[in-house]
Design a protein around this ligand. Structure first.
Ligand code: GAR
Length: 199
């Protein structure tokens, strides 16, 4: 089973969906949660993870320099020997040190097409611009901001969504399914062809 380090900064609904997918969904038998980590010790998602009996860890990022903070996070995560670092609403740009430490094994979900929108507030962007649809994106993380190779995308119909809450509701419902399925595919693919082998 692949060991996941799930990183979050807030509510943790994607973390909960992944935990559920490990129990009864597409990640069953494929993955386990090594740790749920947050850069905010008060993140509600941490408490939700602890309530499920999952191991949790946190380091406050407030007031820290990015590179130094990320070095500490890398050290903290490495203690859990994760096979994958799964960003689930982790609202920080990763420094090159971090990305290199887990190169090719960091995965993110972004609530928009990363070719059209990067960074924060993607649902606000879709709602404010009255977009008829948006595209949830799961991608590998490289050293840029939401520039890594796309693993999967799914369109969300936003027609008639007349509030930001409704846009988020529709989007999150897709996120929660797409993230687990895409991660399951990635784990299976990597298991079939381990790193370092060529065809
Ligand atoms: C999700 O919509 C996720 O896609 C987004 O933050 C939310 C976290 O919700 N991530 C980003 O915007 C990353 N740029 P959650 O804490 O309930 O999973």
């Amino acid at each position: 089973e692949a060991k996941l380090a799930i990183l979050l900064s807030g509510r943790g609904s994607n973390m909960l969906a992944l935990a559920e997918a490990i129990k009864t969904g597409p990640l069953r038998g494929l993955a386990e949660v090594a740790v749920v980590f947050s850069n905010d010790p008060a993140a509600p998602g941490l408490e939700a993870a602890a309530a499920l009996g999952l191991p949790t860890a946190s380091l406050p990022s407030k007031g820290r320099k990015r590179a130094e903070f990320d070095q500490d996070v890398v050290a903290a995560l490495q203690a859990y020997r994760p096979d994958y670092v799964v960003l689930a609403g982790y609202m920080r740009v990763l420094s090159p040190t971090f990305v290199r430490a887990f190169a090719g094994r960091i995965i993110n979900i972004h609530p928009a097409d990363t070719h059209q929108h990067q960074g924060l507030h993607a649902y606000e962007w879709a709602f404010d611009n009255h977009l008829p649809e948006t595209k949830i994106t799961v991608h590998l993380v490289d050293e840029g901001l939401d520039t890594g190779p796309i693993l999967a995308q799914q369109v969300v119909n936003l027609e008639g969504a007349d509030s930001l809450a409704e846009v988020q509701r529709r989007g999150l419902a897709v996120e929660h399914v797409l993230y687990a399925e895409t991660l399951a595919d990635l784990i299976k693919r990597n298991a079939a062809q381990p790193e370092g082998t060529s065809c």
